[in-house]
Design a protein around this ligand. Structure first.
Ligand SMILES: Nc1ncnc2c1ncn2[C@@H]1O[C@H](COP(=O)(O)OP(=O)(O)OP(=O)(O)O)[C@@H](O)[C@H]1O
Length: 206
């Protein structure tokens, strides 16, 4: 069977919270190499939409398709990686142990653990317990998880939180590389992002 092209589609999505319509009949199509940026003020529904795209919450109407199939297909979870507010880091494990857990759960990516730690400027922190890292270093560790696993679609909730200017520039360069490699990214951000020639679609929630 020929694999369907990489494509994420939101079809007529609606979300209602406490009788308030956050969005309705929302449609988009995201192709390989593209970025979808969700914008809007606090409480406008960006995280709610991300959670629907991850399959953590059902839309009140509409559906999300990955490669033309509903995202309850387990193949979606092999292709998608989510980094949310809580980073998904086990604080009692060391940096290396955290990455080994991620590697055991996902398929191997382009970078070894040592290479990924080098890229996010955490080389030498292998044996440090995650709880001893600063907030920005924890964020960098969660990004290293994306590099060691080979997920095509990155879903990132406010990835720039806690990062200094060098950290922000680092993520932007990792995102550019991911898109140049044919990966796709959905993210929320209150910051402007600089992804040069990557195709960035924007959805503004109000
Ligand atoms: N678990 C929940 N139960 C009920 N209402 C919720 C829940 N989570 C969020 N909401 C409501 O849904 C609305 C949208 O919240 P959401 O977190 O999606 O917004 P956001 O755009 O991501 O905000 P922020 O920029 O502050 O992160 C808010 O009014 C919020 O109070």
């Amino acid at each position: 069977m020929i694999a369907k092209p990489m494509m994420l589609e939101g079809c007529d999505l609606s979300c209602i919270r406490d009788d308030r319509v956050l969005f309705e009949e929302l449609n988009f199509t995201l192709h390989a190499g593209q970025v979808l940026l969700l914008e809007g003020k606090n409480g406008s529904g960006k995280t709610s939409l991300l959670r629907i795209l991850c399959g953590f919450r059902e839309a009140d109407a509409g559906q999300v398709l990955w490669r033309g199939e509903a995202i309850d297909d387990s193949r979606y979870y092999a292709d998608m990686a989510y980094v949310g507010h809580l980073d998904g880091i086990k604080k009692e494990l060391t940096v290396r142990e955290n990455l080994n857990v991620s590697l055991a759960l996902g398929r191997p990516g382009r970078f070894s653990i040592a290479e990924a730690l080098e890229k996010v400027h955490l080389a030498g922190y292998d044996d440090v317990p995650a709880q001893a890292l600063s907030a920005g270093q924890k964020r960098r560790l969660s990004l290293a998880r994306l590099l060691i696993t080979g997920n095509h679609l990155w879903i990132l909730d406010e990835p720039f939180t806690s990062l200094d200017r060098a950290g922000i520039a680092l993520i932007e360069s990792l995102m550019r590389e991911h898109c140049a490699d044919g990966g796709m990214i959905v993210l929320t951000s209150h910051h402007d992002i600089d992804l040069y020639d990557a195709v960035v679609q924007r959805i503004h929630l109000s």
